[in-house]
Design a protein around this ligand. Structure first.
Ligand SMILES: Cc1cc2nc3c(=O)[nH]c(=O)nc-3n(C[C@H](O)[C@H](O)[C@H](O)COP(=O)(O)OP(=O)(O)OC[C@H]3O[C@@H](n4cnc5c(N)ncnc54)[C@H](O)[C@@H]3O)c2cc1C
Length: 267
């Protein structure tokens, strides 16, 4: 590392990044210090002094500071159950004490365990440039790690809907095969809206529109039909975590598990 910046304000941080385009924002450093820099990040811009730790739930709308660690969020008394569940997918407490919300989102679709849930919850980001943007849009515009603007906080409102999450690993504490998240709104039997996201696919993260339509069409559907629809449309690739067929099948099972959790919570 050649340079280490310690801005005291958001404006300073944004200016330092503009003046040093190759620099990386430093959250908890969990990824950056693990060699995840790919040769980049000769300059680091510490976010520590910005204290992006505000944490609020008001009338069902959550506003979470990007500097909150996984453990701080999981310990927060108002943390919503699916978020807490997704935070605990990071099984090591040491890592949870280090990794931040902003770092997890910025690190990108392949590595983040919170992304599917926050996408299913239609989350928005507030950036250091004062912009508000949908999380889905952030990834369309900045698909590669560390290229996006400074994330200040994440906001979402589950409205009346409920979310469910599921992660499949190769073995307990082993490699993550996929993470799935579903958000449903309406009655448990006939939801009127649905959002379904899965990470670990060939595209990194995928929105499963066909499953969303099946869930929100008002007609009855069996779990077997849903499992098959997911397995047919999810774009998996075989690798050391499993064959394409296995991953597609287990994705269908994970999505059905999420749907069951949502329906329980909607009752
Ligand atoms: C051993 C190991 C295990 C891991 N296990 C998991 C896991 O189980 N689940 C999981 O989801 N992830 C996992 N990760 C991936 C990753 O480290 C984490 O997602 C973590 O949350 C990164 O957060 P951080 O604050 O430490 O990020 P950093 O390492 O500080 O930064 C990561 C990237 O995010 C950028 N960044 C940081 N904060 C911001 C911000 N506020 N705005 C814009 N850009 C920012 C940095 O510039 C950098 O490009 C693991 C990583 C390692 C090394």
């Amino acid at each position: 590392m050649r340079q280490f910046f310690k801005p005291l304000t958001v404006e300073e941080a944004v200016k330092m990044k503009k003046d040093n385009p190759g620099a990386l924002y430093l959250g908890g450093g969990c990824w950056i210090n693990n060699g995840g820099r790919d040769g980049r990040g000769e300059s680091l811009i510490s976010l520590e002094a910005l204290k992006l730790k505000a944490c609020e739930e008001k009338d069902g709308t959550y506003a979470l500071g990007a500097g909150l660690t996984f453990q701080e969020l999981a310990d927060w008394k108002d943390c919503c159950p699916p978020l807490k569940e997704a935070l605990m997918f990071m099984t090591s407490r040491n890592l949870r004490n280090q990794a931040t919300l902003g770092g997890d989102l910025a690190v990108g679709p392949e590595k983040s365990c919170l992304l599917p849930l926050l996408l299913a919850l239609n989350a928005e980001l507030e950036t250091g440039e004062g912009q508000s943007m949908a999380l889905e849009e952030y990834f369309k515009q900045y698909p590669k790690e560390g290229q996006g603007p400074l994330i200040l906080n994440v906001r979402f409102s589950p409205e009346k809907g409920r979310a469910g999450v599921r992660q499949i690993r190769k073995s307990a504490g082993g490699l993550v095969v996929l993470s799935a998240a579903v958000w449903l709104d309406g009655s448990p039997e006939a939801p009127k809206a649905a959002r379904v996201f899965v990470s670990g696919t060939a595209e990194g993260i995928q929105r499963l529109k066909e499953a969303e339509e099946a869930l929100s069409s008002g007609g009855s559907f069996s779990e077997e039909d849903l499992e098959k629809a997911v397995a047919r449309t999810v774009n998996m690739e075989g690798d050391l975590k499993g064959s394409k067929e296995y991953k597609s099948y287990v994705c269908g099972v994970a999505v059905c598990d999420c749907v069951r959790s949502c329906r329980e919570a909607l009752k």
